[in-house]
Design a protein around this ligand. Structure first.
Ligand code: SIN
Length: 488
C-alpha cells in the first residue's frame, strides 16, 4: 500500500461519514482505491450499500429540521469557514487528488482552488435568496413568493473532478438550507471524504453532509427510491443520467443532470491561429482529456487547416506525460486500464475508417493507464469518433469551408454542453454563438468553467445549472402565498 505523506493526516479518511460519525460498512467490507499512475493501492475504504444509504438519508432528514432554519448569515459563515479550511489544506488535498485520480499536481492544485471558489460563491449567495411580490388581481389580495429548500438532496459525482464536482453541489445545497447524501465515484472517494472532514472541522452540523462510497447500484437505487430524498444532482455519463432520471420519476424528484458532451471547437480563417492552438491545448488536454467540456471535435476552415495543424502538432509533441506527482508532468494516466483501452480502440477504429495519426508519441511509456496525446487528421462526420465522447487525450481535426457548414457540423450531435469558436469578426462571433445548440460557448476562450458562470447543457447533455446566481435555483422550491381579505 502507498504511504500518503499528508501534513494534516486527519484528512485521510477511509470510513463513511454518516450523521456526524465516521463509520465502517455494516458488513465490514472494504474496497481498494488505486493510484492509476502506479497501480498501487492507496487506501481501503468502507464498502457501503443500501443499509448505510438508508442511515445516511435518515441522518440528513433529521439534520434538515434544524439546518433549514439556521439564519442565512450563519449558514454563510459556516460555508466561508469551510472554504478557508479547504484553502489552508490545499496542498494535502491536491496530493490526495493526484494520487487517486492521476492528474498532474499543478492541475490538482487548480481544482482545489476551483472547488473552493464554489463554496465561497455560495457562502455569499446564501444571503441573497430573495422572493417576490406580484401585483394581485384584486385590491383585497396580495401575492407573495418565497423560496424554500427542496429538502434532502442526493449528490452523485464522477471521478474526473473529485473535489470540484462535489463542492459545486454541496455548497449551493447547503446555502439553500438543504442537507445532502453524497456518493462520490468509487475510484476517487478520498478527496470527497477529506472535504467532508474539513466541513466537520468548520462546524457544519452533524448529518448536514453525509458521504459514502461502495456498491454503486445499491446506493443509487436506495437514493432514487427514497421518498425522503427530494432532489438528485448527478454529474456523469448520459446513459447513467437517463437511468437515474427514470428511477427518480417514481417519487417525482427534481433532478439536475450534468451529462456527457461532444464539444466542437471551430477555428475560422480570420482567427488568431496561435491563440486558437493555445485554446485547444487548454481545452482538449486538461485532465488528459477527461472532462465533459473537453474539445471533442476540432473544426478548422480549410484555408488555414495546414497552418493550424502544424502548430497544434508542435504543441502536442512538447507535452510531457507521466506520474502526476512528478515535476513538469502535463498529462497523467487515464483513470483506469479499461478507459485507456477504450480510447486506444477509438483511435484504431478512426484510423480504419480513414483518419490519419499525425503525432508520433509512444503509448508504451508509463503503464497500462497511459495514452499518449494524439492528433488525428482527416476526420469526417461519418466516422464513429465524430459522435463519441472520447474522454482521452485525442484531438480529431475536421475540415470545413463555410460558416454555415461549420454550424451544421457542430450541431450534428445529440449533445449540447460546451462549444468553442475562434474568430476576430465580432458579428460572426454573435451569429455563430446564437446558432450553436449548446448550453455554453467559449468565444476566443478555451477554459470557460468558473464559479460565477452557469455551467450546464441542453439536449442529451442534461438540464440544470451549477455555479452563478442561477446555481441556487436547483435547490429551492418556489412557494406562492395568496393573502385574501386585505380590505376588510
Ligand atoms: C466536467 O467535466 O464534468 C466538469 C468540468 C469543469 O467543471 O470544467
Amino acid at each position: 500500500m502507498t504511504e500518503l505523506q499528508l501534513a494534516n493526516s486527519s484528512l485521510l479518511k477511509s470510513r463513511a461519514l454518516i450523521g456526524g460519525a465516521w463509520v465502517d460498512a455494516v458488513a465490514g467490507g472494504t474496497r481498494p482505491v488505486i493510484n492509476p499512475a502506479t497501480q498501487e493501492v492507496v487506501a481501503e475504504i468502507a464498502d457501503c450499500g443500501a443499509q448505510e444509504t438508508e442511515a445516511a438519508i435518515a441522518a440528513a432528514e433529521r439534520a434538515l429540521v434544524q439546518w433549514r432554519d439556521v439564519p442565512a448569515k450563519s449558514r454563510s459563515q459556516l460555508l466561508r469557514r469551510w472554504h478557508d479550511l479547504v484553502l489552508e489544506n490545499a496542498e494535502d488535498l491536491a496530493l490526495l487528488l493526484t494520487t487517486e485520480q492521476g492528474k498532474p499536481l499543478a492541475e490538482a492544485r487548480g481544482e482545489i482552488a476551483y472547488g473552493a471558489s464554489y463554496i465561497e460563491w455560495f457562502a455569499e449567495e446564501a444571503k441573497r435568496i430573495y422572493g417576490d411580490t406580484i401585483p394581485a388581481r384584486s385590491s383585497d389580495s396580495r401575492i407573495v413568493c418565497t423560496r424554500q429548500p427542496v429538502g434532502v438532496v442526493a449528490c452523485i459525482t464522477p471521478w474526473n473532478f473529485p473535489n470540484a464536482m462535489l463542492a459545486r453541489k454541496i455548497a449551493p445545497a447547503l446555502a439553500a438550507g438543504c442537507t445532502v447524501v453524497c456518493k462520490p465515484a468509487n475510484e476517487t472517494p478520498l478527496s470527497a471524504l477529506a472535504i467532508g472532514a474539513l466541513a466537520e472541522q468548520a462546524g457544519i452540523p452533524a448529518g448536514v453532509i453525509n458521504i459514502l462510497a461502495g456498491r454503486t447500484e445499491e446506493i443509487g437505487e436506495t437514493l432514487t427510491a427514497s421518498p425522503v430524498v427530494r432532489k438528485l444532482s448527478f454529474t456523469g455519463s448520459t446513459p447513467v443520467g437517463k437511468k437515474l432520471v427514470a428511477a427518480c420519476a417514481g417519487t417525482m424528484k427534481r433532478t439536475s443532470m450534468e451529462l456527457g458532451g461532444n464539444a466542437p471547437f471551430i477555428v475560422f480563417d480570420d482567427a488568431d491561429v496561435e491563440k486558437a492552438v493555445q485554446g485547444v491545448m487548454a481545452s482538449k488536454f486538461r485532465n488528459a482529456g477527461q472532462t465533459c467540456v473537453c474539445t471533442n471535435r476540432i473544426l478548422v476552415q480549410d484555408t488555414i487547416y495546414d497552418t493550424f495543424t502544424d502548430q497544434l502538432m508542435e504543441a502536442v509533441e512538447r507535452l510531457r506525460m507521466g506520474d502526476g506527482r512528478d515535476d513538469g508532468v502535463e498529462i497523467g494516466p487515464l483513470i483506469h486500464q479499461h478507459a485507456a483501452e477504450d480510447v486506444r480502440s477509438t483511435v484504431e477504429t478512426a484510423v480504419a475508417q480513414g483518419a490519419s495519426v499525425l503525432t508520433a508519441l509512444s503509448n508504451e511509456e508509463g503503464g497500462p493507464c497511459f495514452v499518449a496525446p494524439t492528433v488525428l487528421g482527416d476526420v469526417t462526420e461519418d466516422m464513429d469518433i465524430f459522435q463519441k465522447e472520447i474522454f482521452g487525450p485525442v484531438a480529431p481535426l475536421t475540415r470545413f469551408s463555410s460558416e454555415a457548414e461549420a454550424i451544421r457540423i457542430a450541431n450534428n450531435t445529440p449533445f449540447g454542453l460546451a462549444s468553442y469558436l475562434y474568430t476576430k469578426d465580432a458579428a460572426r462571433a454573435w451569429r455563430v454563438s446564437e446558432a450553436l445548440e449548446y448550453g455554453m460557448v467559449g468565444i476566443n476562450e478555451g477554459i470557460i468553467s468558473n464559479e460565477a458562470a452557469p455551467f450546464g447543457g441542453i439536449k442529451e447533455s442534461g438540464h440544470g445549472r451549477e455555479g452563478s446566481r442561477y446555481g441556487l435555483d436547483d435547490y429551492l422550491d418556489i412557494k406562492y402565498l395568496c393573502f385574501g381579505g386585505i380590505d376588510s
